[in-house]
Write a protein that binds this ligand. Structure first.
Ligand SMILES: [Cu+2]
Length: 284
């Protein structure tokens, strides 16, 4: 599958992409398009309900594995450009050898960059062997409610996931829709990544790090929660449904049982969702 190939880009290709970071940022290549009266078209990245929940036993530890899909339903592309300099950095306590500054570029209807915004860090991710963006989504396991305001308390150490954006799955149904929303971003490079309007990108639960440690967690009902863009480093479009960019949070409620020697999970509820956010595969 194309997705598998993309996630396993060989090192040789990546060394070329690292060199391209500096090249792509040569003067003029990402220049702002002068004074413009065109209005910026912002992306709106939402999260599909986490799905494919499953327990994996590994070296005396129990891991809750799950799939994550980002979907851009906004009027504009999410476009992120890496800066020209590569240096080591630390992100949420993890050291990475190759990092670069990431900048969100906001386009108008002609494709001209009309606004830029600091967007965290892009870095070479050794476990996936390609470039990722920092702080794409935050995961937690809660008990009693999906948020503290709803009576929830966090029961497992959460984490912020990092991610490479590529247009993988189209959310529309027709050829004319696809023509209006063409596939635009193809590579997990450090210099340019994105998610075009109408496109989605999944990390399947079999992908390394799509997991939370739930070793010894007592049987009961819990929430797996996911917040997209937890550091608010992308500018996103307000929508009538989400006037204050507050459509970035989703959860599924799951029941953990330990009837036999192995723990099991089933999903018993989820946050409200519509359309593709409920799942491409019919997990609504
Ligand atoms: Cu990756």
């Amino acid at each position: 599958m194309a997705r598998t190939i993309r996630r396993l880009v060989p090192i040789a290709v990546l060394s070329i992409s690292a060199a391209a970071v500096a090249y792509a940022n040569a003067p003029g290549s990402a220049a702002l398009g002068g004074p413009s009266t065109a209005s910026p078209l912002y992306p709106n990245v939402i999260e599909e309900l986490p799905d494919h929940l499953q327990i994996q036993n590994d070296h005396q530890r129990e891991w809750l594995r799950f799939s994550t899909t980002h979907i851009n339903l906004g009027p504009g592309n999410l476009q992120i450009r890496g800066g020209g300099q590569v240096a080591s950095c630390d992100i949420d306590g993890v050291h990475y050898e190759q990092c670069t500054v990431a900048t969100q570029e906001i386009l108008d209807s002609t494709g001209t960059i009309v606004e830029t915004h600091p967007a965290g860090v892009a870095f070479f991710h050794p476990e996936h062997n390609h470039w990722h963006q920092s702080a794409v989504a935050a995961f937690k396991i809660m008990r009693g409610g999906p948020t503290p305001a709803q009576g929830g308390t966090e029961v497992a150490a959460g984490f912020k996931t990092t991610f490479c954006f590529v247009d993988v799955e189209f959310t529309g149904l027709t050829g004319s829709a696809k023509k209006a929303m063409p596939r635009t971003y193809f590579e997990c490079n450090g210099d340019l990544q994105g998610l075009a309007v109408g496109w989605a990108d999944e990390y399947h639960q079999s992908t390394p790090l799509q997991e939370l440690d739930i070793t010894g967690l007592a049987p009961g009902d819990y929430y797996l929660t996911e917040l997209a863009d937890p550091e608010q480093h992308w500018k996103e479009a307000a929508t009538t449904k989400a006037p204050a960019e507050n459509d970035n949070f989703v959860w599924v409620k799951f029941r953990l049982t330990r009837d036999s020697s192995n723990a099991k999970v089933i999903v018993i509820d989820h946050s409200p969702c519509t359309g593709v956010q409920c799942g491409f595969g019919g997990n609504a």
